[in-house]
Design a protein around this ligand. Structure first.
Ligand SMILES: Nc1nc2c(c(=O)[nH]1)N[C@H]1C(S)=C(S)[C@@H](COP(=O)(O)O)O[C@H]1N2
Ligand SMILES: [Mo]
Length: 343
């Protein structure tokens, strides 16, 4: 399956034909036709850099970036968040089977395309309804008391992993900024940089999402003990495909809530828009709690494929748990909420 769509959006475009399907002569002719069709022949020099870069994507003329280097972190391992009953998903799967549409919609695309992402320098802003707005540098992200937490990650596409994250509670950051009484939601935004994130300059590659990717939580959800900002996994800093240098992890919600490569955290009065909800509101709600009783309109959510050891596509089918098994910590947040209506 390519992405989550069955629409024509994901059909193979002529310029995606693999090399052995076209001769160089045809490729050259196609290029001229595309340039002509886009009316870019004469004005090529005046179009923005990222549009020009987008054209190079069409022509497959990128140079591959060198492998990203991660570094070891120092952290504690609170007993509460270790796991006796879950087998960790192997590192190679965690960093090789990803959703990060800014780098393409195939599961292997982020690992292949994200290696050149520049994460240092990085700026993370905390703003909105807070007493002290914060501007954090790359180094600042690692000055919080880091801990390891083993969490299940359940994608809305019905596959799952068990990942040892390293990071700090979102609540610690919000406490540092001081949330004003008016603050009712927290909005998150991923880096917008079409030069670096090819899916942001090529609608086909980016799966139709309106970028930057945005997400949100209620203030109670954001303050819950489980809400986590990860700066690492398996003991090292995050690889780009997993959302370096900092990403949200909310393990009781479908994976799309766990937004990657965050540059803005804004406390708001109103419920912020969220990317998948904007794209397909009947399929992806704002809350997006893992719920085996409420099916996706196009597939069952009663069970999931747990990605494990073995070949690239080896997985075990297991039942999906309410709130992904974290009901004890979060069920109280939804007392009196109709979770069929608020999916
Ligand atoms: N910016 C951004 N964040 C994102 C996504 C994305 O496409 N872009 N995909 C989401 C989805 S659908 C999932 S399942 C998780 C996957 O996280 P992982 O690749 O680290 O396992 O990231 C989420 N965060
Ligand atoms: Mo997902």
């Amino acid at each position: 399956m390519k992405g989550r769509f069955t629409s024509g959006l994901m059909k193979k475009a002529p310029w995606q034909l693999s090399e052995n399907e076209v001769t160089p002569r045809e490729v050259l002719r196609d290029r001229r036709q595309i340039i002509k069709a886009l009316g870019l022949g004469a004005i090529g020099a005046s179009i923005p850099g990222y549009v020009q870069a987008g054209l190079f994507d069409l022509f497959g003329e990128q140079t591959p970036a060198p492998e990203f280097v991660t570094t070891p972190l120092t952290y504690i391992k609170p007993a509460l968040y270790q796991s006796d009953d879950e087998t960790l998903t192997p590192y190679e799967k965690v960093i090789g089977h990803n959703n990060f549409y800014e780098f393409g919609t195939d599961k292997a695309d982020p690992a292949a395309n994200a290696q050149g992402l520049k994460v240092d320098p990085w700026i993370l802003k905390v703003e909105g309804e807070v007493d002290t707005p914060l501007t954090l540098s790359y180094d600042d992200l690692f000055k919080f008391a880091l801990e390891e937490r083993i969490y299940r990650l359940r994608c809305v596409e019905a596959w799952s992993m068990v990942i040892p994250w390293v990071g700090f509670p979102l609540a610690a950051l919000l406490k540092k900024a001081g949330v004003k009484p008016e603050g009712k939601y927290v909005a998150f935004e991923t880096l917008f940089d079409p030069e670096q994130l090819p899916g942001q300059r090529n609608r086909l590659m980016g799966g139709g999402i309106h970028y930057p990717y945005v997400e949100g939580l209620t203030i109670a959800e954001a303050g819950n003990e489980l809400s986590f900002l990860a700066v690492g996994l398996y003991g090292n800093t995050l690889p780009p495909q997993n959302g370096a240098p900092i990403r949200l992890v909310v393990p009781w919600k479908y994976g799309f809530k766990s937004i990657k490569s965050v540059v803005t955290i804004r406390v708001t009065q109103r419920q912020p828009p969220t990317s998948w909800n904007q794209l397909a509101p009947h399929e992806y709600g704002f809350l997006a709690n893992v719920n085996p009783l409420v099916d996706h309109p196009r597939w069952s959510q009663a069970s999931e494929r747990r990605i494990g050891a073995g070949g690239l596509f080896s997985a075990t089918r297991i039942p999906t748990q309410m709130f992904n098994g974290y009901g004890e910590q979060v069920a109280h947040l939804y007392q009196g909420v109709d979770l069929r209506k608020h999916y």
